[in-house]
Design a protein around this ligand. Structure first.
Ligand SMILES: [Zn+2]
Length: 325
């Protein structure tokens, strides 16, 4: 079934002059239309659970391109529904990075679609042998010892099953260097960030829409500094700022215009500088919560606790290994 066309009158368009694209905006279920050829399927971050990353659906002339696939089956189902409504075959999946909240859905969304190819960096290879193998071993041990709260057991088992099939998450087409490509008739520029949120992240500059889809180079309610090199991440944000983007699609959280992105980037820079400095870590996390208050809203207790955790990772040098070549 095709989506209902919401035709916008010229006057209505004139009243939202900041929007560059829209003519005929197609609404897809569970998705936010960003202009008339791009949709955001927002990732959720429910209390006491791990997050899903955002997914983005791009319409090409000959098919749809999907950026990131989420963690939980419910997210992949939302993407599947939106694709179904769009009525175009899925042509390609692009993964911004290997974190499970961005790639787990590859398995379900590729099933029954033999022609779909996944594009991503090779950084997942090191993660499968290192971070993911270690976290699977730790989770299995905690499960066996009954240390996982009952409510979290299904999610932990889900991640373990995904890691068990980890080699199937690897990209079919490895993109380790910047590369301009045409997917299903739609030109996209694939950009590479070294030692940022992971050892090698991919972000997308969509010149036609003046939009950057940046994966976890921008996240909320906090910067997810799990496998990150903070200084490389800051450099990558500079590259994003120097692109001609007028809009940023984060890996977690709502779409931002460039002034909002600049505010997020400044809050991130301040947080890293503070955590690398001598102030109490409490001051650093409070600074983050205040700098990012416009997005955190009522979620400040969780954001503060997470910022405490990540600030300690920066301060104690736990992330320094991610900054080495
Ligand atoms: Zn993420």
């Amino acid at each position: 079934m095709r989506g209902a066309l919401a035709a916008f009158a010229a006057l209505a368009l004139a009243s939202c002059a900041s929007t560059t694209e829209p003519r005929n905006v197609v609404e897809l279920p569970g998705a936010v239309a960003l202009g008339d050829t791009t949709w955001l399927v927002p990732g959720r971050f429910d209390p006491e659970r791990s997050p899903d990353g955002n997914s983005v659906i791009l319409k090409g002339t000959a098919g749809a391109i999907l950026v990131d696939t989420g963690r939980y089956p419910s997210h992949a189902e939302r993407v599947e529904k939106a694709l179904d409504e769009l009525g175009l075959p899925l042509a390609a999946i692009v993964n911004t990075h290997w974190h499970l909240d961005h790639v787990s859905g590859n398995l379900a969304l590729k099933a029954g679609r033999r022609d779909v190819r996944v594009y991503g960096t090779s950084a997942i290879d090191g993660a499968l042998a290192g971070f993911l193998a270690d976290s699977a071993a730790a989770s299995s041990k905690a499960l066996a010892e009954g240390r996982i709260p009952a409510a979290a057991v299904p999610d932990v088992k889900g991640d373990l099953a995904t890691i068990g099939r980890g080699r199937k998450l690897r990209a079919d087409i490895v993109v380790d260097e910047p590369h301009d490509a045409v997917f299903a008739g739609r030109p996209l520029s694939l950009r590479i960030a070294r030692r940022a949120a992971t050892e090698r992240d991919l972000w997308i500059y969509d010149a036609d829409a003046e939009r950057a889809i940046v994966g976890d180079l921008v996240t909320l309610p906090v910067p997810f500094l799990d496998t990150a090199c903070p200084e490389g991440w800051l450099e990558a944000l500079g590259d994003v700022a120097r692109s001609s983007a007028r809009q940023i699609v984060p890996g977690h959280g709502p779409v931002m215009d460039m002034p909002a992105f600049a505010r997020w980037r400044a809050a991130f820079g301040d947080f890293i500088a503070c955590a690398r400095g001598r102030s109490a870590l409490e001051t650093c996390s409070a600074g983050w919560v205040s700098g990012a208050a416009e997005w955190i809203g009522g979620d400040s207790a969780r954001a503060k606790a997470m910022a405490d955790y990540y600030g300690e990772r920066v301060r104690s040098g736990k992330l320094d290994g991610y900054c080495r070549a």
